[in-house]
Design a protein around this ligand. Structure first.
Ligand SMILES: *Cc1c(COP(=O)(O)O)cnc(C)c1O
Length: 372
């Protein structure tokens, strides 16, 4: 008997994107090899200006990663030892890690079960006289409730830092994420909606003095070639990555629309299936970094999809307060019921702009055939 192996659908396909714009990428890389301007310089500045324009913010500072973007932002705001920063535990560990490494303490608020983003009502109850900032994550590409969070931040005299690592091009009432909070942090990790070919990140915002502080701290606290006015960091973006990102940026809008169209198709195809499909909250532009379902039998569904050639993922299976790294720091008594339920139920379907309709249909068929 001949066993027909199903076609494989990957969670992300970075090769497909490279093939679609190969000449532009190759030209950008060759330009850097020819001019040997590997650190700072024109390419970095040009990308920063283009990215600030995309985000509709006054400026952008290229840094070495999304994690560095968050830590440098906290430090630029003077947040450190003795301070508390309210954030979500249903996120990648970098969000909290940057707070801890800046010397402050992350305080975890529970999430809204529909959007998976930090619940502003929970934030309000956790504010103490040590709280300095709120750090919402726009998880999966859906903006957090920035309208409520900015209102709380303004009323309580707190900074608001956006973790926009998954939210390039996302919007709240027509305003871009990255231009709303006091500072915003982007990652260009290869699998992100705008991805480099290595590590890279950026801080954006409208307060140019704050941005200048980060511009200095990422580059050894330098004001001129030989003068260092503070002890800084080696957290610059590489010129090679800036050139690659600059070549990709003009395509980002089309890629985002591709993701949004795939999400609508999945949601249509999955109508009636025994899963909860994602909801785009009113007034928000979700950019579908990930398309995340809920299932009461998540682990079985994951295995079923794998058997049908579909690589799904889990973002994220262990909430941060349950990570050994944070349990060790005294978070083991923390209870976040919605965060814990999400961690047990979420499953991410393949999502990238180059997905074909055959692939979308195969994935949806695999989900629908589960348990039948
Ligand atoms: C990817 C990511 C980061 C960290 O970005 P890096 O560039 O990998 O350092 C931070 N927060 C969230 C929500 C992320 O998804």
């Amino acid at each position: 008997m001949q066993v027909v192996k199903p076609m494989q659908v990957a969670l992300v396909d970075l090769a497909a994107q490279y093939q679609s714009i190969k000449p532009e990428i190759d030209e950008a890389i060759q330009r850097i090899l020819d001019n040997t301007s590997f650190i700072m310089g024109h390419e970095v500045q040009a990308f920063e200006e283009a990215f600030a324009t995309h985000v509709e913010a006054a400026g952008a500072v290229g840094v070495s990663s999304g994690t560095a973007a968050i830590e440098l932002s906290l430090r630029a705001l003077g947040i450190g030892a003795g301070d508390e920063v309210i954030t979500s535990a249903h996120t990648f560990i970098a969000t909290a890690e940057a707070i801890t490494n800046a010397g402050a303490r992350p305080v975890f608020a529970d999430i809204d079960p529909v959007t998976f983003n930090i619940d502003p009502n929970q934030v309000e109850t956790l504010i103490t006289d040590r709280t300095r900032a709120i750090l919402p994550v726009h998880l999966y590409g859906q903006p957090a409730d920035l309208t409520s969070l900015m209102e709380i931040a303004t009323r309580r005299g707190l900074w608001l830092i956006e973790d926009a690592a998954q939210a390039h091009g996302a919007e709240v009432d027509g305003r871009r994420c990255g231009s709303i909070g006091h500072l915003s942090c982007f990652s260009f990790y290869p699998g992100k909606n705008l991805g480099a070919y290595g590590d890279a990140g950026a801080v954006t915002g409208n307060d140019t003095q704050l941005l200048d502080r980060i511009r200095r701290s990422r580059d050894h606290g330098r004001t001129t070639k030989y003068e260092h006015v503070e002890v800084g960091f080696a957290e610059r973006i590489d010129a090679l990555q800036a050139a690659i990102l600059g070549a990709k940026l003009p395509h980002l809008e089309a890629w985002t629309e591709g993701r949004r169209s795939h999400a609508r198709r999945y949601t249509d195809l999955l109508a009636g299936a025994d899963v909860t499909t994602p909801v785009e909250a009113p007034g928000l532009r979700h950019v579908y970094h990930l398309y995340v379902l809920r299932s009461a039998r998540r682990d079985e569904l994951l295995a079923h999809l794998k058997a049908n050639g579909v690589a799904a993922g889990i973002h994220y299976p262990i909430p941060l307060h349950r990570q050994p790294a944070y349990a060790k720091q005294g978070y083991d008594g923390v209870s976040l019921p919605e965060t814990e339920r999400a961690a047990a139920e979420v499953i991410s379907l393949p999502m990238y702009p180059e997905l074909t309709d055959d692939q979308l249909t195969q994935v949806a068929d695999a989900v629908r055939s589960f348990g039948s």
